[in-house]
Design a protein around this ligand. Structure first.
Ligand code: GTP
Length: 166
């Protein structure tokens, strides 16, 4: 048995890149868009326990999203990703939180990743605002960069731990 964790967020925010960084320790500047959802089994060590996760990468682009609910309905955790240089992608995260709470319930563990922090100078989403928002919906906010690797382990650790204790 493994616990399903779904990645959701607008196209090009870095969902596939965060997963690739976590699982393979790699990053590609030319990562192609996800056309079809794909899963990656991965066990995460939390203290002395292994928490088996089934990580689902979904397609962010609207035209590939027809199967949406199939991927998140059974999820125990969600990692919602936005790009700190794109305000619309942060608005989209807020829509996903509402959708998940409605469709899956409020017990789902949610991590919100403000990704591409290696592009801090181009930031348009205020960190304090994103953190406050995450708190108000019972989620945890992480600053991540799939490029440098910053914050990526922390987000997975958080989700695995929350799934274990909920
Ligand atoms: P969809 O499959 O379309 O939903 O996109 P996605 O959210 O999976 O994004 P993807 O991982 O394909 O990355 C999109 C682009 O952003 C690629 O060119 C990546 O190289 C780039 N990218 C992803 N993460 C980062 C990051 O942390 N920093 C920088 N500078 N670029 C990133």
């Amino acid at each position: 048995m493994s616990y399903r964790v779904v990645f959701l967020g607008e196209g090009r925010v870095g969902k596939t890149s965060i997963i690739t960084r976590y699982i393979d320790g790699k990053f590609s500047e030319t990562q192609a868009s996800t056309v079809q959802a794909q899963n990656f089994p991965k066990s995460v060590k939390v203290e002395d326990e292994m928490v088996p996760l089934d990580i689902w990468d979904t397609a962010g682009q609207e035209r590939f999203q027809a199967l949406g609910p199939i991927y998140y309905r059974e999820s125990k955790g969600a990692i919602l990703v936005y790009d700190i240089t794109d305000i619309d992608s942060f608005v989209k995260v807020q829509k996903w939180v509402k959708e998940l709470h409605k469709m899956v319930g409020t017990n789902i563990a949610i991590a919100i990743c403000g990704n591409k922090i290696d592009k801090e100078r181009e930031r348009v989403v205020k960190q304090s605002e994103a953190e406050t928002y995450a708190q108000t919906v019972g989620a945890r906010h992480f600053n991540t960069s799939a490029k440098s690797g910053k914050g990526v382990n922390e987000a997975f650790q958080y989700i695995a731990r929350e799934i274990m204790i909920r």
